[in-house]
Design a protein around this ligand. Sequence first.
Ligand code: F6P
Length: 327
Amino acid sequence: MEKKVTRIGVLTSGGDSPGMNAAIRAVVRTGIHYKLEVFGIMRGYQGLIDDDIFQMESKSVANIIQRGGTILKTARCKEFFEPEGRKKAYDNLKKSGIDGLVIIGGDGSFRGAVKFSQEFDIPCVGVAGTIDKDINGTDFTIGFDTAVNTAVEAIDKVRDTMEAHDRIFVIEVMGRDAGYIALHSGIATGAENILIPERKTNMENLVESLMEKEKRKKLVNLIVVAEGDDFGGANKVQGVLQEKMPNAEIRVCILGHIQRGGSPSCLDRLIASRMGYHAVESLVEGRHNVFVGIVNNKMHYMPLENAVKSKGKVSEEWLKIMKILAS
Ligand code: F6P
């Protein structure tokens, strides 16, 4: 029979995402509801290694649901990927008496949790928090909705100035391996071209279509490119286009970390609250080493190792819509 958890730790790891605070709040308050002691771990796995762990009360998470970032701070901790790092982390957990962990983060963070739970007897539950939405087994990840809305707001503004000057703009959005932010923000802003890592970018076709538009005096064109596109980011795309179209005015706008900050949207607050609550229930009910996702509006529990094995795929439907609407 599974050992009952009594003291749980919560950490945020990897790139922060708006809504992580709402998830921490849900974990702390649900844990207290179930009469567990809840501990916050600072800077993700780094705090486990450094023994930067403190007990949290209900009031520790007051007035944070609307705040971006993460009150527990975050890090991409290389040391945790070494056996010695994980041993130090385990020793510190034992010292604090923590017997269950909630990890709020993306696939890299889940990879760490898989290794840790295989080596040591500490049940882990993951909560999908990443703006990139690149985790298989959930329709939502915490922060994606806010990030896309931030991108849409910014792209709309760029379009205004682009139209005023008859320019071509190449706008780069985040997404190291995944094109969801580019796809969603591109469709929502009526971008003429969307370049994503999930589809091979055909630069020759793009140049050809822009040159043809130039001939028709259609001088305005918005290209949204994911930073992880196989051809390269916005600067590379702009460089090639400008060379082929020396008369066109082609500008670059890289949205960058703006997309990671800001107050979470209502949707992100809701899914973070729901996932945080169910993560604690999972630990209590003995559903261990899974990550909590939402599929078809129902909670979905997937083994942590499956979440990290395959990335989410952009649906054929969206790819088709993108192609038709952008022509
Ligand atoms: O968290 C995901 C992400 O925002 C990616 O889209 C991006 O490539 C990466 O993090 C940037 O990471 P960092 O802030 O460490 O440079």
